[in-house]
Ligand binder design. Structure first.
Ligand code: IMP
Length: 447
């Protein structure tokens, strides 16, 4: 399979879970490289539905090593609950490895996340309240607790006594919250440490070893390009780097080891949390997309904001991630529509722009310039090849591929594994970077 990164091309929730699951079948190792329990994917096993936030869905394949890399932040309580859930279903978790140098989310991170959001009032970010930002802030401030610190009881006692007393000043004086009891937290986390210890290793070494042995590695991004701390819609972003470049930093693998980048995008757009969203649909159409797409967050249950496909964002994601091909999900959600709009460019203060603006204030002033395409008004959920699709749906896909200059390799038309059209092999098909002599991309969607 080679070494492949799968990333979200929008604001997260693009359906990466299903695509990673499809690709995991041919992976020897699946690695998560950033984010924490703010992410979430739903898995159905033996008729039972459950939600994972940290453990990669590759865990369902007993011969696939699953790695939680150093760029992630780990909430041990939730991770252990996930391990317990899997155990109850008799799914082995022996092949789960956790990076020694990943940072740990502590109770004060969660409290500070929630209290600071409240304090921000109308300036709130709309975080998941899971302590993600404060955990990464401590990592940068160099006051973080790492997994390897958890593994050293004496060191942990010393470090946490100091840190909790320091954080208690913030909790009490800034947020009027009761202080945490250092001893209680220390005992709780020492308990977690013993449970996690068998899984903790130097994961960078493991991945390097797998690369040497030419095993197939799938790097799984959480959230999406527009939630990236550096390349997203700052400040309405998460605190890590979901873009493809983050996979190298968040796992300890050099960029020369990566063979492919696959982007995942919905056939329309959704966003959770605050921040501008030019193609957002209010009213009936927005509700229709939300209902048909079951657009409610896995982690917080929040209703997702819905809108038309934004090809400016799509082109930006192709560029920022060096995307080779795209998987387009939830095409079937558009089945009932009379007509479908696609944002082809923005009007910014009367000027047409094809580019995604770097300033959030400017982004808030972007007005979408739409091209309207006819809908197909028949169900596509049974389609398994491009030939099965109605002509209008095929035209829609071709239009998106041409606008973004990226081949669409996979089309998803429902939650189950078989509701998928594999247009071309996403791993071994031609790369976007390979151009025909006349300058056109080697493959766009081919009918
Ligand atoms: P945080 O990651 O909890 O700090 O939240 C920051 C922003 O990222 C908020 O707008 C969240 O709604 C958004 N966010 C975080 N994780 C996800 C996700 O998995 N899907 C979609 N949005 C997310």
């Amino acid at each position: 399979m080679a070494n492949v990164i799968v990333i979200g091309a929008q604001w997260g929730d693009e359906g990466k879970g299903k695509i990673t699951d499809l690709l995991s079948r041919s992976a020897d190792v699946v690695v998560r490289y950033q984010g924490g329990v703010n992410a979430g994917h739903t898995i159905v096993v033996k008729g039972q539905t459950f939600k994972l936030h940290l453990i990669p869905s590759g865990i369902l394949y007993p011969n696939t090593d699953c790695i939680i890399g150093c760029g992630t932040v780990i909430d041990p309580q939730i991770l252990i609950a996930e391990l317990d859930q899997l155990k109850e279903l008799n799914i082995s978790t022996d092949h789960l490895l956790i990076s020694e140098t990943a940072h740990v989310t502590m109770p004060y991170h969660r409290l500070i996340d929630q209290a600071s959001e409240e304090r921000r009032g109308s300036h709130k970010i709309g975080t998941t309240g899971r302590g993600i930002g404060p955990t990464y802030a401590d990592k940068s401030e160099r006051t973080g607790i790492r997994v390897l610190d958890l593994m050293d009881p004496d060191g942990l006692r010393e470090q946490l006594e100091w840190t909790i007393n320091y954080k208690n000043v913030i909790l009490e004086k800034l947020y009027n919250l009761p202080p945490l009891d250092p001893q209680e937290v220390i005992e709780q986390y020492l308990g977690y440490a013993e449970r996690l210890r068998p899984h903790v290793v130097d994961t960078s070494l493991k991945i390097s070893d797998a690369i040497q042995r030419r095993r197939n590695i799938l790097f799984e991004g959480a959230q999406g390009t527009l939630l990236d701390l550096d390349h997203g819609t700052y400040p309405y972003v998460t605190s890590s780097n979901p873009v493809a470049g983050g996979a190298c930093v968040g796992t300890g693998v050099g960029p020369t080891m990566i063979d492919r980048v696959i982007g995942v995008s919905k056939a329309y757009t959704t966003r959770v949390g605050e921040g501008p969203f030019p193609t957002e649909l209010d009213g009936e159409l927005g509700e229709l997309l939300c209902d048909r797409g079951a657009e409610f967050g896995t982690t917080t249950g929040r209703k997702r904001r819905c809108g038309w496909f934004d090809a400016v964002i799509g082109r930006y994601a192709v560029r920022i991630n060096g995307m080779d091909c795209m998987a387009l999900t939830k095409l079937d959600v558009l089945d009932e529509l009379e007509e479908i709009k696609v944002c082809v460019a923005y009007d910014i203060d009367g000027q047409r722009s094809e580019h995604f603006p770097t300033s959030s204030r400017q982004f808030a002033r972007c007005r979408p310039i739409y091209k309207t395409l006819p809908g197909w008004k028949v169900s596509t959920t049974h389609c398994r090849t491009l030939e099965d699709l109605p002509q209008a749906a095929l035209d829609y896909l071709k239009f998106l591929a041409e606008l973004m200059e990226v081949p669409i390799a996979i089309v998803s038309l429902g939650a189950s594994r078989d509701q998928t059209i594999i247009v071309e092999d996403p791993i071994h098909g031609p790369k976007r970077a390979l151009l025909h002599p006349d300058g056109t991309p080697a493959t766009l969607l081919s009918a």
